[in-house]
Design a protein around this ligand. Structure first.
Ligand SMILES: NC(=O)c1ccc[n+]([C@@H]2O[C@H](COP(=O)([O-])OP(=O)(O)OC[C@H]3O[C@@H](n4cnc5c(N)ncnc54)[C@H](OP(=O)(O)O)[C@@H]3O)[C@@H](O)[C@H]2O)c1
Length: 328
């Protein structure tokens, strides 16, 4: 497993991490035993970075990770959690008092005195240009409640605004073969500033595994069923915001490209992101143990040929650029 520096946290993490939204809710049911086994399998496969949030299962994902950390002293895992989405999404809610309340709950859930990394969880855009927000986050660092902070963003513009702030250690953004906008400015700006990029939704919610067809159905309590129109949260978080039918067709073409790499289709999708300059960690979510194990293999894959890069760009231009590029 290759490792990278996680931006200004200064910590070394695996280039393939683990997203743990699936260990909470919104992806159908993942039972507690499976959730724990996914963490075990990821770490046994070389993963040293977990991404979670206070809102995943209303704390259940954090608590599962907390139990894992408690059972594995000397684990060497870095945990990035997120805060801010348990309240109404008003910029006025992003205060020091709220930050203390939210981080205290995450510290208890994770069983730690100091959070390794807390990320603002896609807050209202105004938050990114509010100096008092960064002052409050700096105070949490001084207090020792958090070791570092970052942001999770919806758009490239929000990422660029956050990167300009010297206290921001990491930026989490959707980045995958169907979401190329961050390559234009965000990755170069982050690399120049020493800010870590955490690439989320790297499989476009599973589309880039190439396993879905037009007839695939998802459980009622799976956001890939109930958020296709963006009625619950930003539609970009579900299938990367691409129209499902186009996504399935493009994924078939992506699978054909991946077939020449010696990797499985999802491994090729992840390795391609991990090999981009400026990316610190790619955080695929896993619903079963086998996915966590297989995804970690992408972190030691050989360099993909430049023709692969060119083919990914061509695919994006043909299917998605017009709808996706101006929006996020
Ligand atoms: N706003 C935010 O900050 C935000 C938003 C979204 C996500 N995130 C973070 O980013 C992480 C990753 O994003 P994501 O989980 O939304 O999407 P993702 O990683 O693009 O897709 C995860 C899904 O891909 C499928 N999959 C994973 N590995 C596979 C494999 N080896 N073979 C076949 N299929 C595979 C599974 O689908 P099936 O369930 O169909 O098997 C899995 O549920 C999340 O877990 C979360 O930690 C953060």
């Amino acid at each position: 497993m290759h490792t990278r520096t996680l931006g200004r946290t200064g910590r070394t993490v695996s280039v393939i991490g683990l997203g743990t939204w699936q260990l909470g809710s919104d992806w159908g049911d993942v039972d507690a035993t499976t959730a724990r086994s996914i963490l075990d399998a990821a770490v046994e496969s070389g993963v040293t970075f977990f991404d979670t949030a206070d809102v995943y299962g209303d704390g259940q994902s954090e608590k599962t990770i907390g139990a894992y950390l408690a059972d594995n002293p000397g684990h060497g895992i870095t945990v990035g959690t997120k805060m801010g989405r348990r309240e109404a999404q008003n910029a006025e809610n992003f205060t020091l008092a709220k930050f203390r309340e939210w981080t205290d709950r995450s510290r208890a859930n994770l069983g730690v005195d100091t959070l390794d990394l807390v990320q603002l969880h896609c807050p209202p855009t105004a938050v990114f240009s509010t100096p008092a927000v960064y002052d409050a986050l700096d105070t949490l660092v001084q207090d020792g409640a958090i070791a570092a902070y970052g942001v999770s963003v919806e758009t490239a513009a929000e990422a660029l605004a956050a990167i300009e702030h010297p206290g921001v250690a990491t930026v989490q953004i959707i980045l995958n073969a169907f979401r190329l906008k961050p390559l234009d400015e965000v990755l170069p700006a982050a690399a120049a500033a020493g800010v870590g990029i955490v690439a989320r939704v790297p499989l476009a919610s599973g589309l880039l595994s190439g396993k879905y067809s037009a007839d695939t159905t998802f459980a009622e309590n799976d956001h890939r069923n109930y958020n296709r129109d963006g009625s619950a949260f930003d539609v970009g978080e579900t299938f990367s915001g691409v129209d499902y039918e186009s996504g399935v067709a493009a994924a078939q073409e992506f699978a054909a490209l991946a077939a020449d790499t010696g990797l499985t289709t999802p491994q090729a999708a992840l390795a391609w992101i991990a090999q981009l300059d400026g990316v610190s960690s790619v955080i695929p979510g896993a619903r079963i143990v086998e996915q966590a194990k297989s995804n970690a293999v992408a972190g030691s894959a050989a360099q993909l040929p430049t023709q692969f890069d060119a083919a990914v760009s061509e695919l994006y231009d043909r299917y998605f650029r017009a709808a996706i590029h101006p929006r996020w």
